[in-house]
Design a protein around this ligand. Structure first.
Ligand code: AR6
Length: 174
């Protein structure tokens, strides 16, 4: 049974087994959550990301996929890096956004992580409308078969929190 919880706050302060990073394909850092995670987590995370670029992900991590590193100085054990799709008004990329959540939970299961914190992937620099992103995130988390016991959505501002709260209340039956 997976509990879905919503928190208003900063993902770098969450004491959970794994925090999910809204990364980009380069895995080499950026702004937003990505910048905050690398800043607070320290250089070990970037070192491991560079190793991943040198081995499995020479061409970068494709959108919709996920891969783990350790969490450096963050109060978590692992960072699961996923790459959200850039929002497009002309092309439906919802399946790729849903895949970010599914793939991250699969990696969490492989690690044995039981508590996982997610940001609202793609809703910042990648411009996905919050209401729609919230619906996709929550539906996918609810419908994914996983051993994770808590999926915690960490929303950075009140607007994002309200969007997730509304979407959670309006979630259609499974
Ligand atoms: N904790 C929780 N949520 C946060 C935090 C934080 N510390 N900081 C920002 N957010 P974004 P994306 C929220 O832009 O849209 C990066 O440069 C933010 O308010 O971080 O997937 C990457 O390297 C928003 O709601 O990720 C990529 O190039 C949400 O996190 C690109 O941005 C996601 O915003 C990825 O864009």
């Amino acid at each position: 049974m997976t509990n879905i919880t919503l928190v208003l706050g900063d993902i770098t302060e969450q004491s959970v087994d794994a925090v999910v990073n809204a990364a980009n394909s380069s895995l080499l850092g950026g702004g937003g959550v990505d910048g905050a995670i690398h800043r607070r987590g320290g250089p070990d995370i970037l070192d491991e990301c560079r190793d991943l670029r040198g081995s499995r992900y020479g061409k970068g991590l494709p959108a919709g996929q996920a891969v783990a590193t350790t969490a450096g100085r963050l109060p978590a054990r692992w960072v699961i890096h996923t790459v959200g799709p850039v929002f497009s008004a002309t092309e439906d990329r919802s399946a790729t956004l849903a895949s970010c959540y599914r793939a991250s939970l699969r990696v969490a299961d492989e690690l044995g992580a039981r508590t996982v914190a997610f940001p609202a992937v793609s809703t910042g620099v990648y411009r996905w409308p919050l209401d729609d992103a919230a619906r996709i995130a929550l539906t996918t988390a609810r419908d994914t078969d996983t051993s994770v016991t808590e999926v915690r959505f960490v929303l950075f501002d009140q607007r994002a929190y309200d969007a997730f709260e509304t979407a959670l209340n309006e979630l259609p039956p499974a």
